[in-house]
Design a protein around this ligand. Structure first.
Ligand code: ADP
Ligand code: MG
Length: 708
């Protein structure tokens, strides 16, 4: 039963709105579209059926980091049959995952959309038998969405070639237009559509008008004062991120920057430290947060206006996933609107550029096809590499070209049977065209056999499977089919019109945001209506308009009040125990090579430190831990709670270091009394080394005080 899986694996007592309905439809084999707000619990809608079904579930997601975290969390719950395939894996790792898929060891496979551009991958999935095809963040298929991904357009083709398994599409973007687009573009068959309410009563919406750029910092500090971190500040440019971070740090806020310009190691380090509350505020471009499932984000401030209302709902929705009161604030400055609009013109390719790119493609087509390595597209069109990708997409959107499965660039072959019998005509033609041994480019083979490259590749693949030959494919080619080669006036107008309608759609989205900012009625209701939700909520008591807040004067700069984690539980958190739990979790995370929050969330640790479970069963009843995870860590945690065990079986001689580490964290958090108790424990060992270490620590803190 779905409910049993929910309890046992995920540790939740009941379903959230919509979840059960989606799960039932999916288990009935129906195509389904689930529209739920960010944080509404969409992942469970496919994870529960996937765990209940015997067949393979394929989940397409645009976010590698998100996939990795979800799988790490599943593994924590002893679900070992989940895996991910993305371009970040080495060939060996990918091979190993594909092997486990073939042998049926894997039940849940997360893949990046571009993986499904590989025909042999799709065929190998088909042989394994896909029972459910999940499209997460399904609005990425819509060119009207705020996050269009051209590779999503290819998914319906892959679904068909997988044997048309049931499809579950999920999104938080619910404008009626995007919803229709998903159903049509994904070719959902008579789908069950489940839309839950979009009202998030615990979020308060505010807009603050900012006249001068430098006032933004004061506004952010104002938010921090009334609604203590953790929180996220979104900025438009990297420079703005860095300036605001520096300003916040000068005011004593523990802030860090996150944007695409940082190395991936640094980005994951910032994310990890935010997840474990080592960083209080992340100032980021929109690159941050897609995969961040942090329950206790208390505020999301947009330091510049968001790009669209759907984008805003998604970004602001990262606040308050735990249901506790949280703030969503937009800082509105007129100049920023102009800047946003200029970004649109900069990003858009001009009609003449697209045309000349198309002519270059048409110049090298053979029988209406162009097969070139992705890297050479740019050279072909005489444009930058990034621009080539954008134009290809623009032509695909205009319906001038279609892009098929990617092809191998070349294959190295060794014939196993010299004169195989019973081959179909096509396969025999390819076999006859093969060299005796060695490598040959696929386009050459196509020329020799008189067949299309895609057909050649299919034939090679068939022969590999049948043991007729051994082949090692190398490299990849983009396979483009031109639907026409002449650009007549009608097509020109079509391209120009499409580009224009894209531009005007983008402008319209900014106008929507402007209208939102200038509202004189309930902001919450306005947002709900924009997403087709008809619930009456005004007056809502949760937006600046309904609260009757007049345009507030710019706050005076000051130091934010000390930042304490907020918690709703009745019993107080045992701070020392909490710190010990964090040390233990750090050890677990290092040992298992996963981020700390994957082992247990901070909210779990706080709950443990407050409720002090005495049995594994009690531990398992804490929300979100789950019986399996409780079984895995229960004995150790229960022993720590009862004070019987030091964290993670470190050797006894080392235990004073544990206490020292905990004491240091407590001192940093300004909890002197708790720290003293911990230092006393460190000294209990009577060890000379411990005494010196304690002295050192105290001296260090005394020095800090006097210099501060
Ligand atoms: P979405 O993908 O819709 O943004 P997620 O699937 O990431 O949301 O879930 C958001 C949070 O809600 C997660 O922390 C998840 O564990 C939690 N959650 C999901 N379903 C339930 C439930 N039935 N009861 C309690 N918490 C849930
Ligand atoms: Mg999600």
């Amino acid at each position: 039963m779905p409910l049993d899986v929910l309890k046992e694996i995920f540790g939740f007592d009941s379903f959230r709105p919509g979840q059960e309905e989606v799960i039932r439809a999916v288990l009935d084999g129906q195509d389904t579209l689930a529209v739920m707000p960010t944080g509404g619990g969409k992942s469970l809608c496919y994870q529960v059926p996937a765990l209940m079904k015997a067949s393979l579930t394929v989940i397409v997601s645009p976010l590698i980091s998100l996939m990795k975290d979800q799988i790490d969390s599943l593994v924590q719950s002893s679900v070992s049959d989940a895996a991910t395939l993305h371009s970040g894996l080495s060939p060996e790792e990918r091979w190993e995952v594909e092997r486990r898929v073939r042998t049926g060891e894997i039940k849940m496979l997360y893949v990046a959309p571009e993986r499904l551009r590989s025909l042999e991958f799709v065929l190998s999935l088909r042989r394994s038998g896909v029972g459910l095809f999940v499209v997460d963040e399904a609005h990425c298929i819509s060119e009207w969405g705020h996050n269009f991904r051209p590779d999503y357009l290819f998914l319906p083709r892959a679904v068909r070639d997988l044997g048309s398994p049931p499809v579950l599409a999920l999104t938080a973007t619910a404008t009626p237009r995007v919803r229709e687009d998903i159903v049509a573009s994904m070719r959902l068959r008579d789908p069950k559509v489940v839309v839950t309410g979009f009202n998030r009563p615990n979020l308060t919406y505010r807009v603050r008008e900012v006249r001068q750029k430098k006032q933004k910092l004061d506004h952010i500090l104002d938010v921090i004062r009334t609604s203590p971190p953790p929180g996220i500040v979104y900025a438009t440019t990297r420079k703005e991120c860095e300036e605001l971070t520096a300003g916040l740090r000068r005011s004593g806020v523990n802030a860090a920057t996150y944007h695409a310009g940082l190395g991936s190691a640094e980005r994951s380090s910032v994310q990890e430290r935010f997840m474990t509350d080592e960083v209080d505020v992340v100032v980021a471009t929109v690159a941050f947060g897609m995969g961040v499932d942090k329950p206790n984000v208390r505020f999301v401030v947009h330091a510049s206006i968001p790009g669209s209302l759907p984008a805003y709902i998604q970004e602001a929705g990262r606040a308050g996933r735990d249901g506790e009161p949280s703030e969503c604030v937009v800082l509105y400055r007129n100049e920023d609107v102009g800047r946003r609009k200029r970004l649109i013109t900069l990003n858009a390719a001009g009609g003449s550029e697209v045309e000349s790119f198309f002519r270059a493609l048409a110049g090298v087509e053979r029988e209406g096809r162009v097969s070139v390595p992705p890297g050479s597209l740019a050279g072909l069109g005489g444009v930058e590499a990034d621009a080539a990708g954008i134009m290809l997409r623009s032509l695909e959107e205009s319906g001038l070209i279609s892009r098929g499965y990617d092809l191998w660039a070349e294959v190295e072959v060794r014939r196993v049977e010299e004169e195989p019998e019973g081959l179909s005509d096509e396969i025999a033609a390819v076999h006859a065209a093969l060299p005796g041994s060695g490598a040959i480019p696929i386009p050459d083979l196509a020329g020799r056999s008189g067949l299309r490259p895609a057909v050649v590749q299919g034939a090679l693949y068939r022969m590999m499977l049948d043991g007729v030959l051994e082949a090692v494919p190398r490299g990849s080619l983009v396979d483009v089919r031109l639907k026409t080669v002449v650009l007549d006036e009608g097509i020109r107008r079509n391209i120009a019109a499409r580009l224009k309608s894209h531009d005007s759609a983008a402008y319209a989205q900014i106008r929507d945001v402007q209208n939102y900012a200038n509202l004189s009625k309930c902001r919450r209701e306005h947002l709900l209506r924009h997403f087709g939700d008809t619930e009456d909520v005004a007056p809502c008591a949760g937006c600046d308009v309904c609260l009757g807040e007049a345009a507030r004067p710019v706050p005076v700069t000051g130091t934010p009040t000390s930042v304490e984690p907020t918690r709703s539980a009745a019993s107080p958190v045992d701070a020392a125990l909490l710190e010990r739990l964090k040390v233990w979790r750090g050890d677990q995370a290092r040992e298992q090579k996963v981020p700390a929050y994957v082992v247990l969330h901070n909210s779990h640790l706080e709950e443990i430190a407050a409720r002090k479970p005495r049995t594994v069963h009690e531990l398992g009843s804490i929300k979100g831990i789950g019986l399996r995870r409780a079984a895995r860590y229960g004995d150790e945690l229960v022993a720590m709670v009862s004070g019987k065990q030091e964290p993670s079986g470190r050797s006894a001689g080392d235990t004073y270091r544990e206490h020292l580490e905990v004491a240091e964290r407590l001192l940093l958090a300004g909890r002197g009394a708790d720290a003293v108790a911990e230092l006393a424990r460190a000294l209990e060992s009577g060890n000379e080394e411990a005494r010196l270490a304690v002295n050192d620590l105290l001296k260090h803190f005394a020095d800090e005080r006097s210099t501060a």
